[in-house]
Design a protein around this ligand. Sequence first.
Ligand code: NAP
Length: 234
Amino acid sequence: MQRIALVTGANRGIGKEIVRGLARAGLMVFLGSRDEQRGATAAEELADDGDVKPVRLDVTDQWSIDGASCEIERVGGRLDVLINNAGINAGYNHPSEETAEALRKIYETNVFGVVRVTQVFLPLLGKSADGRIVNVSSLRGSIGDQGAWAGMPSMAYASSRTALNAITMHYARDLRDSTIRVFGAASGHVATDFNDFRGSRTPGEGAAIAVKLAVEDHDLCSGGIFDDAGQLPW
Ligand code: NAP
């Protein structure tokens, strides 16, 4: 039976490459985009890679999430893979210059957006025999020296990824007796709009760990955060 996936924020960057990887692996992939036209264009560009369908989804807009869920239920009847990829950056201010407003703005997409989308799609994921949620996170979410500072200050963004990692673990614990597993995927420093293309990795390289966690037959522990080399410490 063909597996069904949804990727949020997938009209460009790492998300678009995750869609490509999942489609090439044979999944039916819903390409989430907050802008209908940008989503349709990206889906067209990926048509040769497999079964890709655009769906409008803004992670800050409850109605658009509910609408996407209705569409996926109508077409597929269930969801096997949810990739929470949509995210925004917040510049590189020092913590002493950061405001609560700036944090609230970034958390709205990077944290609350993931919770909104996950809550809505859990019933459809519950219909899968092997449901997987992959939250696209970052080494910057790590509390250790390797993460929180990683060269540049970014309290708003880095702490949004720390919160995402914690949320990943909480969902994993809650769902441990279900058929759904939850993982975090750290993509490395990838050249996208997100960082004015300063990253050293290609979007395809950054997408690989999320695709692997979503499609490969593995027994990795639900709740873990992984990069290409394995599980990351907090
Ligand atoms: P990107 O090229 O800027 O792409 C971000 C995507 O998220 C775009 O498709 C954007 O849509 C979408 N998006 C933003 N707000 C949204 C919303 N409210 N609802 C739905 N979609 C929304 O960035 P990227 O580098 O591919 O980043 C993707 C994910 O990887 C992010 O979660 C980021 O934190 C994570 N990550 C990136 C890096 C890196 O080095 N680049 C490293 C670690 C983790 P629009 O086109 O409409 O703006």
